[in-house]
Design a protein around this ligand. Structure first.
Ligand SMILES: [Zn+2]
Length: 501
């Protein structure tokens, strides 16, 4: 079901941790027209009153991530953030028989959307990019000072998109919160969004009857007006917006009756960062179900079950080895172990001059032909499938490129196959390069350490058509891994040799 993976994206070191550490002021949910969200919920509640919900069946909902870079392609959020966000989302909805899977990564370049998705130009571009076959999540750099927002109205005839900033998209609850809005949930403090938060000097204590939006009744602590006041949900306690960065509420706000509030800080739809866990209330879960099975949510219920295999290991890097020097900088093959259940691998490679690049590949190897000579590179890889995106990266490895240019394959020169034997070989034993060719080939054989130091070479070796064993006697080699290369005309090919004591 993953339709489009463009293999190359650039992301310029957007580091989530840095953004979260510099979390002052807290960026909150920027959902506009929250009243439309509440009205949608009330309408769903009415329409779904007699609906018979499926029991004990998980609904799999596709999520499409649009990774937005600047117009020049720079600054794109790393796919890793989206995979982590999807993992968090599945954890937060796991007890509701709703799970999410990746339907597509879509790469889009627009400085306008990247920096100002809420403006006219940004929102018009987003509207044009919408595909009503999944929940559309646009990952941008900025969102008008918010961490993320949902844009109503719901349904294919509406807007129905989520925008999340790269600094926040993989927060444990940010995407779960916006998807909560997508499924029609208001904030528990509905009516207070534009107030900047309860302030006794501005809003009074006790507060008045109406919320600062002038149209919502303040919810009472005793629950007597809960069906219409505030968020219109009865089991979320009265709340007048008390955001915190560390999951605390230590104020003495009173409702219009003079009763002290006791807000639910851990509610996913609230504005508290830093809680050890988060939840939806039972009534919120019912409203999510009402929304999920309502007609304007048909498009996120394709009745498709993704590959559900849990991925519980990270790939092991096979090649290049740590600190290996690859002679040909324009022909570097990266290889790692296959991981059971994985349909895709996310490979991340970093270098001082180009920053970080990512690739999504279906195979367990990747040939890079555009690296620079004599440079160091760090790389790591993680496994995922469309549903399970929680796995970790492999340990990261470093390799260096040499300055040789790869321009032909040994096969093109008539070499059908070649090998090194015996392998492993004892350090004092001679060994052979065995070739099988269709025409005469003249070649050099070079033995190197993994860090590129040549320890032996034999030049001008002529091999005839058929099979030839070329004897190599470099003397005693210390135990370890070596690289044996053959070079003929423009072609270079390399194999590994293990030398034991
Ligand atoms: Zn919100």
């Amino acid at each position: 079901m993953i339709k489009r993976f463009i293999t190359l994206t650039l992301s310029l070191g957007i580091l989530l941790t840095a953004a979260l550490q510099a979390q002052q002021p807290i960026h909150l949910c920027g959902t506009r027209d929250v009243e439309a969200v509440k009205q949608q919920m009330l309408q769903n509640r009415l329409e779904m009153r007699d609906f018979v919900f499926p029991r004990n069946a998980v609904t799999y909902v596709p999520v499409r991530f649009i990774l937005v870079a600047k117009s020049d392609g720079s600054g794109r959020p790393n796919e890793r953030l989206a995979l982590q966000a999807l993992c968090n989302l599945n954890e937060q909805y796991a007890d509701q028989d709703i799970q999410f899977y990746l339907s597509e990564f879509y790469y889009y370049n627009s400085t306008t959307v990247y920096t100002n998705p809420t403006g006219f130009g940004g929102s018009t571009a987003i509207k044009n990019l919408m595909q009503y076959n999944a929940i559309n999540v646009f990952v941008t750099n900025e969102a008008d000072d918010a961490a993320a927002y949902y844009q109503p109205p719901a349904g294919p005839g509406g807007n129905d998109w989520i925008v999340a900033t790269s600094a926040y998209v993989s927060d444990v609850r940010v995407l779960a919160h916006e998807v909560g809005h997508f499924f029609s949930l208001p904030h528990p403090f509905h009516g207070w969004e534009s107030s900047g938060g309860w302030d006794p000097n501005i809003h009074g204590n006790p507060v008045g009857t109406m919320a600062p939006d002038g149209q919502t009744l303040n919810e009472l602590v005793n629950g007597s007006n809960c069906e219409i006041a505030g968020d219109g949900i009865c089991d979320t306690p009265a709340d007048y917006m008390f955001p915190s960065g560390n999951c605390t509420y230590n104020l003495n706000a009173k409702d219009p009756n003079g009763q002290l509030l006791d807000p639910d800080k851990e509610n996913i739809m609230n504005y508290h960062f830093g809680c050890s866990s988060y939840h939806f209330s039972d009534d919120q879960k019912q409203e999510i179900q009402n929304s999920l099975f309502s007609s304007n949510r048909n498009y996120v219920r394709p009745n498709y079950t993704p590959n559900l295999t849990e991925i519980n290991q990270s790939p092991s890097v096979i090649s290049p080895s740590q600190n290996e020097e690859i002679p040909t900088y324009n022909h570097v093959e990266l290889e790692w172990s296959e991981v059971p259940g994985a349909d895709y691998y996310l490979l991340e490679i970093s270098n001082a001059s180009f920053g970080t690049r990512t690739y999504i590949v279906e195979d367990n190897s990747l040939l890079l032909t555009d690296l620079e000579p004599n440079k160091g590179y760090i790389w790591k890889v993680m496994a995922f499938n469309e549903y399970y995106t929680c796995a970790n990266y492999s340990t990261q490895k470093i390799f260096k490129t040499g300055d040789e240019i790869f321009s032909a394959t040994v096969e093109e020169l008539g070499l059908e196959s070649w090998s090194v034997f015996p392998n492993p070989v004892s350090g004092t034993q001679r060994f052979f390069v065995s070739t099988k060719t269709t025409k005469p080939v003249e070649m050099d054989v070079i033995v190197r350490t993994l860090t590129g130091q040549a320890v032996y070479s034999k030049t001008g070796v002529k091999v005839a058509p058929g099979q030839t064993d070329v004897e190599l006697s470099p003397g005693k080699l210390p135990a370890g891994m070596y690289l044996v290369s053959i070079r003929a005309e423009d072609a270079v090919d390399t194999k590994r040799l293990v030398v034991v004591e």
